[in-house]
Design a protein around this ligand. Sequence first.
Ligand code: UDP
Length: 238
Amino acid sequence: MAQPAYQRVLLKLGGEIMLGQRQSGVDPEAARDVAEQIKQVYDAGVQIAIVIGGGNIFRGVSGEKNGVERATADYMGMLATVINALALQDALEKAGIPTRVQSALSMPAVAENFVRRKAIRHMEKGRIVILAAGTGVPYVTTDTGATLHALELGCEIVMKATKVDGVYDKDPLKYPDAKRFSKLSYMDAIKDPNIAVMDTAGLTMCMENKMKILVFDAFKTGNLLRAVMGDDIGTLVE
Ligand code: UDP
């Protein structure tokens, strides 16, 4: 049987993956679907840390537009990621996978505090670690949290799951002639404001530490497994 291309990955899930047919919040069926996809990767023997966003519930930037102080709005966003982390934990455990949620904001009644060595130990013992609350500080997003956690947990790649099948030279939802890159350099991604890989803070950190990023469509069944097997899907930034 083919071997996975990676032993330990950081999967970054945008909050939107929890939406299903809803406009906002968590659809348990969507959570079940994503858990099934993750199970295929788990069953292939890959160690998985997951950073989940909160955009389906609350984003700091939109809160600020509505008059909430930015830092407060960002903390609200981080709490949204905790809700998603618990929903994902529930779905993964129903699929038979042992998990731990670790949060960058202390919330001992619902999650362990993030402790690097413990997170690594969980993965070594066959548990998926779900990392909630991003970095635990405002003014950044969960992309930065994903990068930081990938680096400190010794992951080989940040697999960024999105709705589109990679990175394009312009927004493919607006421009039908947009072209997809199968590979991209960090510098090209940073220089061109039309190219959206992840926020600049996260991208710069990946470049400085040579952390690969794969942007791929996680809404398509089987893609997550294909991504860890090293199939040529999405866009690889390195
Ligand atoms: N956030 C933050 N610090 C972090 C991670 C997240 O302040 O380290 C806040 C920020 O307001 C962000 C929100 O939490 O908008 C939800 O995360 P994100 O927007 O990254 O979610 P996604 O787009 O991945 O669903």
